[in-house]
Design a protein around this ligand. Structure first.
Ligand SMILES: [Zn+2]
Length: 175
């Protein structure tokens, strides 16, 4: 049994995750590992680095796409579909980070949109309406709350701007 990941193995994993378009600095690599491996019903400690890399490659084998991103998406062009619904449809998240308040604690603030298609079939793809995704895990002083409020107002303006330049898309309820 291999303790995974060792430090050098972690570097390899980060490089591989970045190659798939996930900005590793923005995520907990071990959490990503755990999520992916859990999908396969195995424990992190039971997996060697080589096995993990093979799993990750398999995970994306059928997920390539020729669909363009929205103009504002910050991921690499052609980034793959990343997850699957119970009915077999696949989802591909577009994302760009929005300006976050300079305050302690974790604040996640991004413009997001999603392509959904039948497995491997770009021609079936539909795109959801753009939305702002926001999560926060912190407690605030009043000045920090005002910075947060300003960042949220800016996010609303950005969303209006993107919506004004895109045709009607599907809402989550219409998927
Ligand atoms: Zn994209």
């Amino acid at each position: 049994m291999t303790n995974f990941p060792a430090a050098d193995a972690l570097d390899a994993v980060v490089a591989r995750i970045e190659a798939y378009g996930v900005p590793a600095n923005d995520y907990d690599v071990l959490e990503i590992l755990g999520t992916i491996l859990n999908d396969y019903g195995v424990q992190v400690d039971d997996v060697t680095e080589g096995d993990f890399l093979r799993l990750l490659t398999l995970n994306h084998r059928d997920d390539k796409t020729g669909l363009p991103c929205p103009e504002w998406c910050s991921r690499p062009a052609g980034h793959p579909f990343e997850s699957e619904f119970d009915d077999g449809r696949q989802s591909r998240p577009h994302e760009t980070k929005l300006p976050r308040p300079d305050i302690p604690g974790g604040v996640y603030l991004s413009l997001v949109q999603e392509d959904v298609r039948a497995k491997g079939d770009d021609s079936s793809a539909v795109r959801t309406v753009p939305e702002v995704s926001f999560a926060v895990d912190a407690s605030f002083q009043s000045d920090e709350l005002r910075k947060l409020a300003a960042a949220l107002l800016n996010a609303a303006d950005k969303l209006d701007d993107v919506n004004a330049r895109q045709d009607k898309q599907l809402t989550d309820d219409e998927l």
